[in-house]
Design a protein around this ligand. Sequence first.
Ligand code: NAP
Length: 299
Amino acid sequence: MLKVVVIGSNGLLGQTLVNKLVKNDDFEVFAMAHGANRNKGAIEFSYHEISIDDNSHIKILLKEIAPDYVINALAMTNVDACEVEQETCYDINVRFVEDLTKICKSINSFLIHISTDFIFDGEHGPYKETDRPNPLNYYGESKLLAEKVVQENLKSYAILRTILVYGKVDGMKRSNILLWLKGALAKGEKVTIVNDQFRMPTYVGSLADACILVMQKKAAGIYHISDDEFLSIYDMALQIADFYKFSKDLIHPISTSILNQKAKRPSKTGFDLSKAKIELGFKPLTFKEALTRFENELT
Ligand SMILES: NC(=O)c1ccc[n+]([C@@H]2O[C@H](COP(=O)([O-])OP(=O)(O)OC[C@H]3O[C@@H](n4cnc5c(N)ncnc54)[C@H](OP(=O)(O)O)[C@@H]3O)[C@@H](O)[C@H]2O)c1
């Protein structure tokens, strides 16, 4: 049985991972996050409240557990907030990761760290793992710095980069495009959606599967993980409307420049998923398949 610690266990990926891992007899699951445990679904795991400012406490806990794997799902993920609050973003997305790598090294645990397509500039997507990063915003810069820290400080690591993750867990503090759009269309609200940003959206269940595959295959290194359809965000919205049988007339295309967002967004990201498919046996879904899986797993 592998001992796995999920850090950031209250987030979208964190809760999804814990819920999957507890159902698998190959894993003993430990969860850590700040504040109270918000995951009401999973029962068989021990929860520890942590603060990213108290490394000695985290070190004591991890030393005692002696996990085979530590999965870091903790991050500051609001891209515009990262642009404005750069010191806080650095503290969470880089400094904490550096501290965590040192702890993992000292207790000989393998670290699975999650990164992002936003390390790329969006000029030459879909991207391979070996393509040159060039972040356009501070969030992307912080995630790239964290990747470097992981690579410099550890030999036993995997970095999973992912794209536009959606899903649903308990007590969410942040929504995502699927939940937000579904809610708005259900109320008959008109929405404007950018038609000049292209992504390969990722159901959080697919990302959690990939984390589990890394452990099962004893894989290491960098992997690009997303589902398998390259879409403009506008086309994604149309597919969501189609899937839930809402009126597409409510959805209006706009260009990114109109939004005046604090942080720049890369225009076309997307991943070449060959490495994950071949080495991990990762099975990405079409967008429609992923929506079907999302609905099935909700109930
Ligand atoms: N979501 C996406 O579209 C996307 C795309 C590409 C990459 N990623 C990466 O995927 C990973 C997982 O993200 P996610 O989608 O699961 O995001 P999420 O739901 O925002 O989860 C991040 C978690 O980090 C926690 N956290 C943030 N600041 C903290 C702090 N100072 N102390 C303790 N905990 C803190 C949050 O706690 P609270 O819940 O209490 O706020 C949250 O539970 C991240 O590394 C992210 O960069 C996400």
